[in-house]
Design a protein around this ligand. Structure first.
Ligand code: ADP
Length: 500
C-alpha cells in the first residue's frame, strides 16, 4: 500500500479526514468492506496517493441494499411527514454550507478542479440542491381526475416513493452530482444505496458523515465506494433495488439498462453529450468569445454538456477562433490548490490518455491545432493544454465522439437558414445541451425550437439552477435531473377509484 502524501496547504480538518482510512456507510455505521479490501485514491495534480478507501463489492452491495430495504419497509423514514424529511434536508444543507471550505478542498485534491471553482460552484450548488428539494418534500402531490362518465366514480392519484434506489455517479462533479441524485430521492421518501466513482469517492463519504450528523434514520442513505464493473454492476442488477439512477458515459448507461432488465427496475440516465456552441455573425462577440471558451474549458471540459463543437458564422469565424484560442493560451494550467490556477489536471491517468489520444486522432485525420494539443508540464500530474482544433470534418472521431476533455472542434457556417444550421447542430447521437449566441432574440428562440436537446442556453452556457430540469434527448439519457421533473424519477403513481 502506497503512503498517503498530503499537500501542506490543506486545512487541518481536510488533512485529518484524508489521513484516516475511509470506510463504507451501511445502515448508519462506517464499516470495512466484507472482503477487507481497500483501494488507493490519487491526487491528479501529482499522481500520488491521497487516501485509502474500503472497496465495496457484491457482498457489500447486498448488505447495503438489505439496510435500505429495511429502512424503507420498516424504519421510521416511511412514517415521517414530508415536512420532517424537508427539515432534515435543510439541516444537511446547513451542515454542508458550514463545511464549505473543507468540501472545496476535498473536491480540489480528489478531482483536480481549482479550489476557487469548487468554492463558488460545486459546494454552493450542492447546498441549494438540498434546500430546493427539501421544499418539494411537502409538495409531492397527486391530482383528482374527472371521469368521462359523470357521477359514477371518483378517482384521485397519489405519488408514492418508488422504494429502494440504487444511484451510480461519475467523477466530474462528485459532490454536486451526489446531491442531484440524493436530494430528489430523499424528498420523495425513497431509501438509497449510492455508489460513488472510484476516482473521486471522498466528498460523498464526507457528506455521509454529515448525513449521519443531520439525523437521517439509519439505512436511509448508504454510501459505497468501489469499482463500476463490480460494485456498480451488482447494484444495477440487484433484484431488490426498485430503481437505478445513473450519471456517466452512454456506453455504461447501456450496460445499466441491460443489468436493470432482470427485475425490470425503473431506470433514469444522464449520459454523454457533444454539445454545439453556435455563434452568429450578429453576436456580441465580446461576450461570445469568453462564453465559447468557458463552454468547453470549464471543469477542464469534463462536463457532459461541454460545448465541444463550436460553429461560428463565416463572417466572425476567424475572430472567434482567434479569441477562444487567446483565452486558452491565457489559462494557467496547474494544481487545483494553487490560487493562480485556471485549469487543473484531468481526473486520472486513464482520462489523460483518452483525451490526448483523441487529439492525436484528430491530427491524424487532418485537423489543425490552433492552440494546445499537448501535455502541459507539471509535477507528475495529468495536465493537458486547452486545445482548439480547426479544419475538422463531421465524419471525424473528434467531432462525433465525446472527448470529455478541454478540446473544442471549431467549424464555420455560411448560412442564414435555421433549419440547415439546426440540422448540423443536431448531427450527433447526443442531445444534452446547446448554446446560441446572437443579439437577435427571435432568431435565437426559433433555433432553440429546432434543436433536439434537453437544454438550450441563449447567450450563456453551463449555467445551472436547482429548479431547472437537466437531461438529454436521444442517447444523452432518460429522465431529468433537478427541477420538479426530477421527482418523477423517484415516484410511482397510484390511481385510486371509488364507485359512487
Ligand atoms: P466515465 O467514463 O466518466 O468514467 P463511467 O460511465 O465509466 O464514466 O462511470 C460512471 C460511473 O459508473 C462510475 O461510478 C463507475 O464506477 C460506474 N460504472 C462503470 N462501469 C459500470 C458498470 N458496468 N456497471 C455499473 N456501474 C458502472
Amino acid at each position: 500500500m502506497d503512503a498517503i502524501a498530503l499537500d501542506s496547504r490543506l486545512s487541518k480538518p481536510t488533512a485529518t479526514f484524508l489521513s484516516h482510512h475511509r470506510k463504507l456507510l451501511v445502515d448508519g455505521e462506517w464499516v470495512a468492506a466484507a472482503s477487507g479490501k481497500t483501494f488507493s485514491v490519487y491526487n491528479p495534480a501529482t499522481g500520488t496517493v491521497l487516501a485509502q478507501v474500503a472497496e465495496a463489492d457484491k457482498e457489500d452491495v447486498d448488505r447495503a441494499v438489505r439496510a435500505a430495504r429495511r429502512a424503507f419497509d420498516e424504519g421510521p423514514w416511511r412514517k415521517m411527514t414530508g415536512s420532517e424529511r424537508g427539515r432534515l434536508m435543510w439541516k444537511l444543507a446547513d451542515l454542508v454550507e458550514q463545511h464549505l471550505e473543507e468540501f472545496a478542498e476535498i473536491e480540489s485534491v480528489d478531482n483536480g478542479k481549482p479550489l476557487a471553482v469548487a468554492r463558488v460552484a460545486d459546494v454552493p450548488l450542492t447546498v441549494d440542491m438540498f434546500r430546493y428539494m427539501g421544499g418539494w418534500a411537502t409538495k409531492v402531490t397527486g391530482s383528482t381526475i374527472p371521469w368521462s362518465v359523470p357521477n359514477e366514480f371518483f378517482s384521485y392519484t397519489v405519488r408514492e416513493p418508488v422504494g429502494v434506489v440504487g444511484q451510480i455517479i461519475p467523477w466530474n462533479f462528485p459532490l454536486l452530482i451526489a446531491a442531484w441524485k440524493l436530494a430528489p430521492a430523499l424528498a420523495a421518501g425513497c431509501t438509497i444505496v449510492l455508489k460513488v466513482a472510484e476516482q473521486t469517492p471522498l466528498s460523498a463519504l464526507r457528506l455521509g458523515e454529515l448525513i449521519q450528523e443531520a439525523g437521517f434514520p439509519n439505512g436511509v442513505v448508504n454510501i459505497l465506494a468501489g469499482y463500476g464493473e463490480t460494485a456498480g454492476a451488482a447494484l444495477a442488477a440487484h433484484d431488490d433495488v426498485d430503481k437505478v439512477a445513473f450519471t456517466g458515459s452512454t456506453e455504461v448507461g447501456k450496460l445499466i439498462v441491460k443489468a436493470a432488465a432482470g427485475n425490470l427496475k425503473k431506470v433514469s440516465l444522464e449520459l454523454g453529450g457533444k454539445s454545439p456552441t453556435i455563434v452568429f455573425g450578429d453576436a456580441d462577440i465580446e461576450a461570445a468569445i469568453p462564453g465559447a471558451a468557458s463552454a468547453i474549458f470549464f471543469n477542464h471540459g469534463q462536463c457532459c454538456c461541454a460545448g465541444s463543437r463550436l460553429y461560428a458564422h463565416k463572417r466572425v469565424f476567424e475572430q472567434v477562433v482567434e479569441g477562444v484560442s487567446a483565452e486558452a493560451r491565457k489559462m494557467k494550467v496547474g494544481p487545483g490548490l494553487d490560487p493562480s490556477t485556471d485549469m487543473g489536471p484531468l481526473v486520472s491517468e486513464e482520462q489523460f490518455q483518452r483525451v490526448t489520444s483523441y487529439i492525436e486522432s484528430g491530427i491524424k485525420e487532418g485537423a489543425k491545432v490552433v492552440t494546445g494539443g499537448k501535455k502541459a508540464s507539471g509535477n507528475g500530474g495529468y495536465f493537458v493544454e486547452p486545445t482548439v482544433l480547426t479544419d475538422t470534418k463531421p465524419s471525424m472521431k473528434v467531432v462525433r465522439e465525446e472527448i470529455f476533455g478541454p478540446v473544442v472542434c471549431a467549424e464555420p457556417f455560411d448560412d442564414a437558414d435555421l433549419e440547415r444550421i439546426a440540422k448540423r447542430a443536431n448531427d450527433t447521437i447526443y442531445g444534452l445541451a446547446a448554446s446560441i449566441w446572437t443579439k437577435d432574440i427571435s432568431k435565437a428562440h426559433k433555433l432553440a425550437n429546432l434543436l433536439r436537446s434537453g437544454t438550450v442556453w441563449i447567450n450563456c452556457h453551463n449555467v445551472f439552477d436547482a429548479s431547472l430540469p437537466f437531461g438529454g434527448y436521444k442517447q444523452s439519457g432518460w429522465g431529468r435531473e433537478m427541477g420538479s421533473e426530477a421527482l418523477a424519477n423517484y415516484t410511482e403513481i397510484k390511481a385510486v377509484t371509488t364507485k359512487l
